[in-house]
Design a protein around this ligand. Structure first.
Ligand SMILES: [Ca+2]
Length: 237
């Protein structure tokens, strides 16, 4: 029986957790004003809610990732997010900002962002992205990646994709992207996206890219936070 927890399961659990915590806060507020906790029934409801929140936290804590990025600073000397590199193109560098952002983030204190100027040349079709090499994967195994994203003034969908490369780095053996299942454009608040991929034999490098394209997204901006990759199943299972 497959007991793995998918992205949609985690989103449902997180939403349920938020609702339960709101009920707890409301109950605490009522207690303060009306001594309502003298009721045994309400004590019982309060206890059940706290237990459910603890169970949800336990399910999330059991999720094991092969690779994760939260984009937080490890040391004061660090100049860029650990393991991540921007695609910087000399002739358009004045029109694109790759930002390690301390003002907008989904969790903790930092995220990564790409901001494309309104003046970016119209004739340059470029897929700007932050990218990282995924670690600790195995050929033939199936993995799920997930990421929280936020967008502003985007005309074309943002994407998070995975490329499985051959040894010579001349051919992509497998390409997976979020664009079809999560066609997110315009201005939108933080939400979680992701996809599932199986690594073909003869793969030597697996690269995850998070980005937006110009000139379609000129004047737009995207943020990424909490990137996770976890194994779904081993070969033959
Ligand atoms: Ca973060």
């Amino acid at each position: 029986m497959d007991t793995s927890v998918t992205i949609s399961d985690i989103v449902v659990l997180q939403t349920l957790r938020q609702v339960l915590m709101m009920i707890v806060v409301t109950l605490c507020s009522l207690t303060h004003r009306r001594r309502i906790m003298e009721s045994r029934k309400l004590y019982f409801v309060f206890t059940i809610i706290i237990l459910m929140v603890a169970i949800i936290d336990g399910v999330e804590a059991q999720t094991t990732y092969i690779d994760s990025s939260n984009f937080e600073k490890v040391s004061a000397l660090q100049k860029s997010p650990t393991g991540w590199t921007p695609t910087e193109i000399p002739k358009t560098k004045d029109y694109v900002d790759f930002i390690w952002d301390e003002e907008t983030f989904y969790k903790d204190k930092m995220s990564i962002s790409i901001k494309i100027s309104k003046e970016h040349p119209e004739e340059e079709m470029i897929a700007y992205n932050w990218h990282t090499d995924i670690q600790d994967w195995e050929n033939g195994h199936t993995y799920e990646y997930s990421c929280w994203v936020k967008g502003e003034d985007l005309k074309e969908a943002i994407w998070v994709c995975v490329q499985c490369w051959n040894e010579e780095m001349t051919k992509i053996l497998k390409f997976t992207t979020t664009q079809h299942d999560y066609p997110l454009a315009g201005t939108f608040d933080w939400q979680q996206i992701g996809a599932v991929f199986t690594i073909p034999k003869d793969t030597h490098k697996v690269v995850l890219r998070a980005g937006i394209a110009a000139p379609g997204n000129n004047g737009g901006r995207v943020w990424y936070d909490e990137v996770h990759i976890r194994e779904i199943s081993e070969q033959g299972k």
